[in-house]
Ligand binder design. Structure first.
Ligand code: ATP
Ligand code: MG
Length: 557
């Protein structure tokens, strides 16, 4: 099972979905067939990743198949831009729909035929109630609904009206096709639900061919049945729709091994928002740099931030599947990317907030190449040489003129180790006219060279550094959570974290970074994991996104 775990991203065979599937496969079903059915009305987010890993992962685990299906039954909000991005994201996550990519709009003709069949069997009727009237007739959880005055139209009249709806004779909202089920059902979804509505709108695939469009509750079960889906896995809000799902499939005549709907809890996460509607609002209001802003929980945002598919799949496996809605700590996703990069990413020295350090007893013009490990956790990544010179940069906050208690880094008279180089002792502090520290002066001890076997004395602090003559200037973007803890105020307006982005223009990075390509991940020693931005980075002006800091208060349970 250990091997399967890696491949499928889904080892948790103890959850209830597995129980259902195993039960069905032991019964009359011989093959599992799932689907991932996004509506192409926005970019995918990490919640969708949960559904993708689940559906494709189950198919892999049980030797079945998983379709990619665009649920494109709502012409006004959908677009090919979204179709393309969804395909890219599913592939990037590591899943393959092979030749099984479908569009619900390919079935419009079939849906129409099934609607006509229902009318002929007296199970559907054309209704003239307005949306508002329909609401009044619907009843409530405690009171039954009232039958529409149009419910007893003859089959002939219904057939004629439905055909004329399709022909475009009626305006939007003036008529619907409704199922004839039961206005007194305790389940409101069964009170003569709407199957078709009129919308004179162009569809991104069928153009102006149709002006009636099927409702989700009618189309979705039929899409599943047409494709031979065995398990239709969806989120909890559809639990109450399941009797209607089953009704539609049965009435349409799919009685042999009909698809079985199984609901699971949708993913929510702390300090972010997880709905396409809200994410779109952030994009449209210009509060973020597009759908792929590295703060966004979208797949393309996470990719641009520097997350790997492995980390996202690991996250989806760790959160598991249940029926109880819960909010997952964003720290878990960060844990997963650290865990993935810790032995993969090269560790380099980068100074985010530079302070000049001059080694006054180091010869002018001398350059020593220091050997540093590329990743102490992974010797296979080898070593590299980093130039060491008289003038270096260290981090501003690695120096304190008046050190507080337990400050073990550089201070006047104190000695520290420079990573992979020498011990240095601070001798002088140079300030500008305003009293700001602009330089620190040190002396080095030539006996203390790293790797020379020197064991003479211990120092508590080890600082990273870069050579002022060799370093590469770059921009670093530090991210914090996109949203405040509770992302909505009393009016339901979203509140972004005002400190979610900090841009640092003049960082200095060791010269080995020269080889960095867009999308490459590094660990900047002591500063976190960073990724070369794919949009804004130029050959001589690298931009790094901080993926995640090195530590967090998050603890695995
Ligand atoms: P949103 O509310 O973000 O717009 P949606 O459910 O409308 O999401 P769809 O494109 O209809 O988005 O979703 C495609 C599939 O992804 C569905 O099967 C849906 O259940 C699943 N899905 C969407 N959001 C989540 C989530 N947060 N957690 C788990 N699965 C999700
Ligand atoms: Mg939806």
């Amino acid at each position: 099972m250990a091997e399967e775990k890696k491949e499928t991203g889904l080892s948790n065979t103890g959850n209830f979905i597995h129980n259902y599937i195993q039960e069905d496969l032991e019964g009359k079903l011989n093959k599992l067939h799932t689907r991932f059915p996004p509506e192409p009305n926005g970019y995918l987010h990490i919640g969708h990743a949960k559904s993708i890993c689940l559906n494709f992962g189950l198919a892999q685990l049980y030797g079945g198949k998983c379709n990619l299906r665009f649920d494109d039954t709502n012409p006004t909000k959908e677009d090919v831009e979204y179709v393309d991005s969804i395909k890219e994201d599913v592939k990037w996550l590591g899943f393959d729909w092979e030749e099984r990519m479908y569009y619900a709009s390919e079935y419009f003709e079939k849906f129409y035929e099934i609607a006509v069949k229902l009318i002929k069997e007296g199970k559907a009727f054309v209704c003239d109630l307005t949306a508002e009237q329909m609401r009044q007739y619907r009843g409530t959880l405690n009171t039954p609904g009232k039958e529409s005055p149009y419910r007893n139209r003859t089959i002939e009249e219904n057939l004629d009206l439905f055909e004329r709806m399709k022909a475009g004779e009626f305006a939007d909202g003036t008529k619907t096709l409704r199922a004839k089920i039961d206005m007194s059902s305790p389940n409101i979804n069964m009170r003569d639900p709407v199957l078709y509505r009129i919308a004179h709108a162009s569809h991104h695939r069928t153009g102006d061919k149709w002006c009636i469009y099927p409702m989700y509750d009618f189309a979705h079960p039929l899409e599943d049945a047409i494709e031979g889906i065995t398990h239709s896995i969806c989120t909890m809000e559809f639990e109450d729709h399941r009797p209607l799902y089953d009704w539609v499939i049965r009435q349409a005549g799919y009685t042999v091994n009909p698809p079985r709907q199984i609901e699971f809890a949708r993913l929510g996460m702390t300090n972010t928002v997880m709905s396409k509607r809200k994410l779109r609002a952030l994009v449209e209001e210009g509060l973020v740099d597009g759908w792929d802003d590295p703060r966004m929980p979208t797949i393309c945002g996470l990719r641009r931030r520097g997350f790997t598919p492995e980390a996202i799949r690991d996250f989806c496996e760790r959160i598991g599947v249940s029926k109880a809605n819960s909010i997952v700590d964003s720290g878990l996703l960060e844990y997963c990317i650290r865990d993935d990069l810790k032995a993969k990413a090269k560790v380099v020295m980068a100074i985010l907030r530079p302070l000049k350090l001059v080694i006054t007893n180091y010869p002018q013009g001398q350059i020593e190449l220091m050997d540093l490990e590329n990743n102490p956790e992974n010797p296979e990544l080898g070593t590299r040489q980093v130039p060491f010179t008289r003038t270096l940069y260290i981090e501003q906050d690695d120096f304190m003129e008046e050190p507080v208690k337990k400050f073990f880094r550089l201070a006047p008279g104190k000695e520290v180790r420079l990573k992979g180089a020498y011990f240095v002792t601070c001798t002088d502090v140079i300030k500008d006219e305003q009293g700001n520290i602009v330089e620190v002066h040190c002396t080095y001890d030539p006996e203390t060279k790293s790797g020379s076997g020197f064991e003479g004395r211990k120092v508590k602090g080890t600082l990273h550094w870069v050579s002022a003559d060799h370093c590469i200037k770059a921009t670093a973007r530090l991210y914090d959570y996109m949203m405040l803890d509770n992302p909505e105020d009393v009016n339901g307006d979203m509140i972004m974290n005002p400190n979610s982005l900090e841009v640092i223009e003049n960082c200095y990075i060791e010269p080995s970074i020269e080889e960095a390509k867009a999308g490459d991940q590094y660990q900047f020693m002591r500063n976190g994991y960073f990724c070369v931005d794919t949009k804004d980075s130029k050959e001589n002006a690298l931009v790094f996104n901080r993926i995640v800091s090195l530590k967090s208060s998050f603890k695995l349970k």
